[in-house]
Write a protein that binds this ligand. Sequence first.
Ligand SMILES: *Cc1c(COP(=O)(O)O)cnc(C)c1O
Length: 380
Amino acid sequence: MKIRLFKPSIGKEEIFEIKKVFKDSWLGYGHKVKLFEKKWSNFIGTKYSVGVNSCTAALHISLAVNNFKKNKKVLVPAITFSATAAVVLYCGLTPVFVDINKDTLVMDFNDLKKKYTKDCVAVIPVHLGGRPCEMEKIVPWAKKKRMVVIEDCAETAGGIYKGKKLGTWGDYGCFSFEEKKIMSTGDGGMVSTNNREKYLKLKSISFHGWNKDPWERHKSSLNKKSKMHWAYFIDKIGYKYNMNDLAASIGLAQLKKIKFLNDSRNRIIKKYIDGTKNLKNIDTKFNFRLTNASYWLFIIKCSKRDKLIKYLKQNGISSAVHFKPLPLQPLYKNYKSKITNAKKEWVKIISLPLFPDLKISEVNFIIKILKKFDKNFNKY
Ligand SMILES: *Cc1c(COP(=O)(O)O)cnc(C)c1O
């Protein structure tokens, strides 16, 4: 048996949408991107969304659009995917690493307040593995400090926290459609916001800083009434970050299934928890709230982490660690920060296979292997 860690759930619905794009013979930025942006805004509950080619791009332009002065500081959690902090460096800003809460593994609010200094201009809460940050505390606090809040929702899509969708609490919500994430377009991302002025800028800098997108230009090039349809102006630096119609068409099909994608993961998590609740040496419980949730990772803790990973591998079960604290990476050695919990917890965490089409028989097999390891724990 070989069990993957992640797998996109794709099928004939996606093929059907892709075929339409082929029939139109329009693969680049076009009406499918616009339609997907509109449907995404409806789904998340913001006024505007901009389709991009990754969540990294979404995070980058959400920071860049604010034109912060160089060397200002941005608060990011110590445990996150590397792009959360890399975009801070892209903008010539300084990341300040905030410790995690040991129970939830997300940014700790008390430590966030401790790490704040007057030159902090933004905070990027990351809903790690779909576990919500304490947005009801972070947002009002950040607003008082006049900081911008960028929610990194790469690991959640459609999760509701305290009655409000994740991605709508902050000024910007950034989502990922990378192949492993909640829903996938191969690669892709989205930034959602309610701020019209910022939306127009985000749209522009995601496409070379132009004031017109390629689909608008195409349409006006065939409109007899429009003069100078080819003209555009550039007043700021932009990037080549736009989404294309091929990706958007897959996104449209995936968005229709998103309830299924989230419910399936929740069902599997419940199965894992029920099957492992009596284990003594592996902690699989920690605080899942499975209604209206959008979890991406099933993380467990074990003091013999690396031995367990090896044992899983021997049994054909893929696993991984999400994530080693970024300040422990050589790139960030000059951004030292006190991150006691992150250092203590990360050596214990393992992510187990979790994807919508994971079979119950496979989950049962993984549970059986965990039980075996737990029973013979002293031998390892
Ligand atoms: C995956 C991920 C990203 C980057 O998403 P891409 O679409 O691959 O650029 C950013 N932040 C977090 C927390 C992620 O997990």
